[in-house]
Design a binder for this molecule. Structure first.
Ligand SMILES: [Zn+2]
Length: 102
């Protein structure tokens, strides 16, 4: 998967389109990511004991990788990434500025 934990991404689809955030979790098996503070869903928590109040918490829902674009840490543009091999390691690189993204 081309997006990893810690990356900054731009949302290109859905209600948070145009917003950016940091990937807090990558789900490679599902091709999805969870972005900090974005794509929140409200969940109502029922009181468990009498006297306790129910509350609403906001939980970030995962976003399909196809709906986000990586923000390059070098040129700060939303970009596509490719792969480069160097010292037997595979690195991602920005297709706009060619900078390596480690
Ligand atoms: Zn770049």
């Amino acid at each position: 998967m081309k997006i990893k934990k810690g990356d900054t991404v731009l949302i290109i689809k859905g209600k948070d389109r145009g917003r950016t955030g940091k990937v807090i979790k990558a789900l490679p098996k599902e091709n999805r990511v969870i972005v900090e503070g974005l794509n929140l869903v409200r969940k109502h928590i029922k009181p468990r004991t009498q006297g306790e109040k129910g509350k609403i918490v906001e939980i970030p829902r995962s976003i399909a990788v196809a709906n986000v674009k990586l923000i390059c840490p070098h040129c700060r543009k939303a970009t596509r990434v490719g792969y480069k091999f160097e010292d037997q390691d595979k690195y991602r690189y920005c297709k706009k500025c060619q900078g390596l993204i480690k």
